[in-house]
Design a protein around this ligand. Structure first.
Ligand code: LAC
Ligand code: ZN
Length: 461
């Protein structure tokens, strides 16, 4: 609990309009896309790195947790105040500082919504590819914290592949810059990469320097329906093997198709077990050739139907429907655990077979969709908390899922991070010396453990 005296001091650092400890204001800041709930003691809306630094000085002195928060769209609970404390809402860091068209670099504050930034760079014919499904809500700071991926990662890579440098405040109060504002730079340790994906546990990012690329001249969306999920992912493996790298190569099983169908009208052919949503982009001639080859592979693999919407708007509607899959699954059950495991792309069919078995054993509805081109599948286990035993059943299924993923030399998280939800499982993937080294790094950044405690590590550090 933060004492009344300290709350008053915080209010004076921030100004009363940028600080609240009123219970009714706090509730929304205690939850995120995991739908787990905790209660912070207060919320601060800092406006400058200097204010964040002063908050940290106070937090070290009084030993209260500080939890940075972007839009709260995280899926592993990274922004949750699990031990109470002060939420640092980064909403006021909302300016695009510079789009440098001569150097193809942009500087942007961490609270800017990713889609807003993308639109701004696309206006000048440039491109910032990372596109998490939450793109219309999530912020660049949140994307950096989690090293967000997204639909286009298969061709363009993830957040870390675009970030050149950061402006940040350390939990010990120093205001720092990491990396460069040039196309290259190798001076010193790569702290930029260390902070990317550190889930808000090492520093608070205030500014992001990213590289931009030219906007692709042409885009083409395609959709292929298959009888079985296994046939669908085998097609993905073949596309990858054929040295075609689509912009996006997304998979949706029958359950997911059913959930988005109402809003988008997919009218899947009879007997559909799963579909692929594919985009190619780049030079028009080359992209069209790739599209033809993708179509050939799909039909060779027995696609029930292959479509390629001629109008741009129709294609966009399909991608928006894809972005809505996660939320739309709540139509089936009020609760779900959504995972984001990754397996080798060549072994996806084997993995899908395992998932079908898992659903049968645990008699819970499960839905799988996601970035098949990366081997990154969102496994959703649906349940109803109110039905006795269902949550426990879902948790047992998660444990079995993770065991399988590790056995397949996969990883527990491709893009959502460890946060709170995967912390109990992290030792399945990370060895003791690795986790201990991470603990020592955390201590070096944050000796008093005030920044975002209770995340990543399965034990208190
Ligand atoms: C998606 C999110 C859940 O791809 O990562 O829909
Ligand atoms: Zn995803």
């Amino acid at each position: 609990m933060i004492s009344e005296r300290v709350l008053k001091e915080l209010a004076s650092v921030l100004g009363p309009e940028h600080f609240t400890s009123r219970c009714e204001d706090l509730i929304t800041f205690g939850t995120d896309a995991t739908k787990l709930r905790f209660m912070p003691d207060a919320v601060a809306f800092p406006g400058t790195p200097d204010e964040i630094s002063r908050i940290f000085q106070l937090a070290n002195q009084e030993r209260f947790p500080v939890i940075p928060r972007g839009a709260g769209s995280g899926k592993s609970g990274g922004a949750l105040p699990v031990e109470g404390g002060l939420i640092l809402a980064m909403d006021r860091f909302n300016r695009i500082l510079e789009i440098d068209e001569r150097n193809l670099i942009a500087r942007v504050e961490s609270g800017v919504i990713t889609a807003v930034f993308q639109e701004a760079v696309e206006k000048v014919d440039l491109f910032y590819p990372p596109d998490p499904a939450s793109i219309h809500i999530s912020t660049l700071g949140g994307n950096v914290a989690e090293c967000a991926g997204g639909l286009r990662a298969v061709k363009y890579g993830v957040t870390r592949d675009y970030v050149l440098g950061l402006g940040a405040v350390l939990p010990t109060g120093e205001i720092i810059r990491t990396g460069v504002v040039t196309a290259k730079g190798v001076v010193g340790y790569d702290l930029t990469r260390l902070l990317i994906g550190s889930e808000g546990t090492l520093a608070v990012v205030t500014e992001v320097v990213v590289r931009l690329i030219p906007k692709p001249a042409y885009r083409k969306t395609m959709m292929a329906f298959f009888e079985t999920a296994a046939a669908t992912v085998e097609t993905v493996s073949e596309i990858i093997r054929s040295r075609i790298v689509p912009t996006a190569l997304e998979f949706m099983d029958k359950t997911c198709i059913g959930c988005v169908d109402e809003s988008v009208g997919l009218s899947a052919p009879k007997g559909t077990g799963a579909l692929l949503l594919i985009e190619v982009d780049g030079d028009k001639g080359l992209a069209r050739k790739e599209a033809t080859r993708v179509e050939e592979i799909c039909s060779r693999r027995g696609a029930l139907e292959f479509r390629s919407p001629s109008r741009r708007k129709q294609g966009e509607k399909l991608w928006e429907a894809r972005r809505d899959v996660s939320e739309s699954l709540y139509k089936l059950r009020p609760d779900k655990i959504s995972e984001d495991i990754v397996v080798p792309r060549s072994r996806m069919a084997h993995f899908i077979g395992f998932l079908e078995g898992l659903a049968r054993t645990h008699t819970l509805p499960m839905a799988a969709y996601g970035h098949a081109g990366d081997g990154n599948i969102h496994v959703n286990i649906l349940f109803d908390e109110k039905i006795p035993g269902e949550r426990e059943k879902a948790q047992t299924a998660v444990k079995e899922l993770f065991l399988k993923v590790i056995e397949m030399k996969g990883t527990l998280s491709g893009e959502h991070g460890v946060g709170v939800t995967k912390a109990p499982f992290v030792e399945m993937e990370l060895s003791k010396p690795v986790l201990e080294l991470m603990g020592r790094l955390k201590k070096a950044f944050d000796p008093n453990g005030i920044l975002n405690p209770g995340k990543i590590f399965p034990y208190k550090i």
